[in-house]
Design a protein around this ligand. Structure first.
Ligand code: PEP
Ligand code: MN
Length: 337
């Protein structure tokens, strides 16, 4: 349920309304906008009398929210969420570019790639330390050592790091990671989602391969209902009948998510296509469609990469692309006025 307050409501009446709702075990999310303040009510609102609340002096209107996701719903929080990482933000006016190797392999590799992508305009470093691989015989990632290497690269370049958490047992190691990535395969690992909802690092949830928009938003809701509101969504391609590309990039997810939720949406054209030559056109398409940012795999020696070499860009290919993406983003802002 959403309660839209009148402009400049009487504070005593507002406090008494909030106290009354809290007595009924309703959690209140207050969103202060330019013209109105909105109270988003979460909990068992079925027994609340909307007409009674609407009749209060300070209340402009009351609406029932049909969607099962509440905290993630734009109706609850009309302004875009902007996630502050200290040195950069995700959401808002800037274009986030997360770039780096699929997997952390060596310190030299990650530091060299981090330096290169930073010089090209990337705002974050990506890299997997714990890798979800289809085959148990494939490289599984360096684990804790991989996280240490990412931190060295952060120290060297100042780029915040985004890296995947695969299992609850790894969470203590992720305390000073800048953004925790929940991979597509774990999008509905509800215990993992609950755990990252109870800690304070921002969380990026990649869309499951066959997840609907609502299922994806319900995963965000799991994290947010635990108290962590810093959630980012990442579309990374879904399974369709097409087998030419690794997955099918769903660009419609960008305007749909911008309508349904206030959370920033990132596009991963690398896992979406599986082919390095398709990364550029789809990344440009994503920026033109209004994404908050991109996650792109970059490797200094794709032919020898331990994971996902065929979709990884060399730094010298990433460089002009990053510049084009930033120019296109600026042009889009101009067009929108
Ligand atoms: C990744 O980003 O390294 C990854 C495994 O992505 P996804 O979960 O989208 O497959
Ligand atoms: Mn990968």
């Amino acid at each position: 349920m959403i309660v839209v307050l009148k402009h400049d409501p009487n504070q005593a009446q507002l406090e008494s309304l909030k106290a009354w709702l809290q007595e009924k075990n309703i959690v209140i999310h207050e969103s202060i906008g330019h013209s109105n303040t909105i109270l988003g009510l979460v909990g068992d609102t079925s027994k609340l009398d909307g007409d009674l609340i609407a009749a209060l002096d300070i209340v402009e209107s009351v609406k029932r929210v049909q969607e099962p996701y509440k905290n993630a719903n734009r109706k609850f929080h009309p302004e875009d969420t902007i996630i502050d990482l200290g040195c950069t933000t995700i959401g808002g006016d800037n274009l986030t570019i997360m770039a780096g190797p699929c997997s952390v392999e060596t310190e030299e590799q990650v530091v060299a790639i981090a330096r290169a992508v930073k010089a090209s305009g990337a705002t974050m470093l990506r890299g997997g330390a714990f890798k979800p691989r289809t085959s148990p015989y494939s490289f599984q990632g360096l684990g804790q050592r991989g996280l240490e290497i990412l931190k060295v690269a952060r120290q060297e370049t100042g780029l915040p790091i985004v890296t995947e958490l695969m299992d609850l047992s790894q969470l203590p190691l992720f305390k000073d990671v800048d953004v925790i990535q929940i991979g597509a395969r774990n999008m509905q690992n509800f215990d993992l989602l609950k755990a990252v909802g109870h800690q304070d690092r921002p969380v990026m949830i990649k869309r499951g391969m066959s997840a609907t928009y609502e299922e994806w938003l319900m995963s965000a809701e799991y994290v947010m209902s635990g108290g962590n509101e810093n959630v980012i969504l990442c579309e990374r391609g879904i399974r369709t009948f097409e087998s030419y590309t690794r997955n099918t990039l769903d660009l419609a997810a960008i305007p749909v998510m911008k309508k349904l939720t206030h959370l920033p949406i990132i596009i991963d054209p690398s896992h979406a296509t599986g082919k390095s030559w398709l990364v550029e056109p789809l990344a440009l398409g994503a920026v033109a469609t209004g994404c908050a940012g991109l996650q792109i795999e970059v490797h200094n020696d794709p032919a020898h990469a331990l994971c996902d070499g065929s979709q990884s860009l060399k730094p010298e290919v990433f460089d002009p692309l990053a510049k084009k993406l930033l120019k296109l983003h600026a042009a889009m802002k101009d067009l929108e006025g």
